[in-house]
Design a protein around this ligand. Sequence first.
Ligand code: ADP
Length: 507
Amino acid sequence: MENALRLQIEALREQLLIERAERAAERERAALLEDFIENASISLHWVGPDGSILWANQDELDFLGYAREEYVGRNITEFHTDQRVISDILCRLGRNETLRNYEARLRCKNGDEKTVLINSNVLWRDGTFVHTRCFTRDISDIKRQVLATRESEERYRALIEQANDAIFVADAESGIILDANRRAEHLLGRPIAEIKGMHQTHLHPPEMLDAYGRIFREHAAAGGGMLVKDIFVQDASGRHVPVEISANVIPLNGKPALQGIFRDVTERKRAEAELAEKTAELTRSNAELELFAATASHDLQEPLRMISSYLNLLERRCGAAFDERGHGYMKQVCDAALRMQNLVRALLSYAKVGQGELAFEPVTMLTALSEAVEHLEDKVAATRAHIAFDDLPIVRGDRTLLVQLFQNLIGNALKFCDGRDPKIRIDARDSGKEWTFTVADNGIGIDQADQQRIFKAFERLHGPSRYAGTGLGLATCRKIVDVHRGRIWVESTPGVGSTFCFTIGKE
Ligand code: ADP
């Protein structure tokens, strides 16, 4: 009896120990679970049927920055920035819906707003709303990144769409076109959807591909961005459109891509061709005019010579019969005939520059200068001019024309001196690819405003009564310098003197 009782007590004690161990294990499991939930790296909370926050884990408190007592017990609506959103959330949960990745915005303690994704459902017990189970994931950074990427994509899109040129972006490795703008559509006459996926070589006329391939390879080998001119693309109708391409490598989604900017140069090419045609036409008609002027002035010389000699004859044979007025008339006619002769001669020499073959040869400019001065001997003596010069180089040119050039310039320096003894200096300086010659005088000088027009035919700054002349001397100089592919200009100070400068290339 006693034994049976002891056994019973033993069994009860054992039972008690087992139960105690089980409770301890359960407490242990509950503590572990609580620890797991409290320290989960996802925000969790429970909300009661009236919207009050019943519980939140540490992650949620840390993420929003509230102390437990500032959060738990308050109404969840206070922490949502958009009241319509939280009303909708509560309404859906009340209808026993499960929310999956529902986007909302929460207000942190420091005033920041966080974008979150909410996954939530309700724990019901015996048909009664106990509390929500809410899992909240912060996606603010991802959202910011997405927005930034979208913004930068939109900016890039706007930029390439605003461009006046067609833009193509191709994968650098495969050459497949990944993107293009509206201008590209116009250029090719194809929709973007069709352009995307095309191989970049298919933009060009097939028969040109070998040649273009070589050009592109050469440019690519040179490195950096490339600019390719005189190249064609082929549009949908088969028309060849002239373009200029500037291309460079850009990063696209972490891979190198080739961005090509294609400028349609059809209009420019047309304008260039038109200009070339007009220039050729102008050159032709100029040549015709010059030939006409040369022939006319040549033919005029003969009757003029005749007039002059008969005037001389008239003077000699019948001069005695003229009274004073008759002699006066006679002088006027002779002067006019002389002026006309000078004019015709000047016109002829102006028209002849560039007519026929030019005899280009090495010309010792010192010799050309001496020859020119020799031709002006009388005037030099009459004006008591002093002519100085330095060593002058040998240039390639037409000797006769270069003599005439010096002669015209020195002739003017002797003429436009206003009674002073002319002091003329001729120099040359090495200007790299060309020689620059200068003919400087101490004459009357030329106003800044007139310094360009005097090189045009018949432009004179004084009447014939003050200084005789034809107005063709400097125009002839300009033509001579032109045929030597040089430039001519004047630097001058009125009352002090002028320096005429001209260049002759060394080639
Ligand atoms: P022309 O000497 O026959 O008048 P040019 O064509 O040689 O014609 O010169 C045009 C004009 O430029 C001259 O009429 C003169 O007014 C001005 N000119 C030319 N050379 C000089 C110079 N060395 N000094 C001042 N004026 C000059």
